[in-house]
Design a protein around this ligand. Sequence first.
Ligand code: SF4
Length: 76
Amino acid sequence: MDERWRISVDQNVCQGTGMCSSVASKHFELRSGHSYPIEPEIEPSDDVIDAAEGCPVEAILVKSTADDRVIAPEPY
Ligand code: SF4
């Protein structure tokens, strides 16, 4: 089966900078000052990795649906 990723945004942490929605506009949208995944499950996408790595507060978590492995952000 093809790999799929699950995206989540921690609303308690997101600062609403909009960085993720500009980096990956197909995958994140800002609503009322917070970012939300447009679709919670997606095909693997470099844009989403860039958004998760670029979020200044690491509010975005990307995991594999198959085994819950963390895809991004990379742990320090
Ligand atoms: S980049 Fe991070 S802090 Fe900024 S809107 Fe996206 S999730 Fe929120």
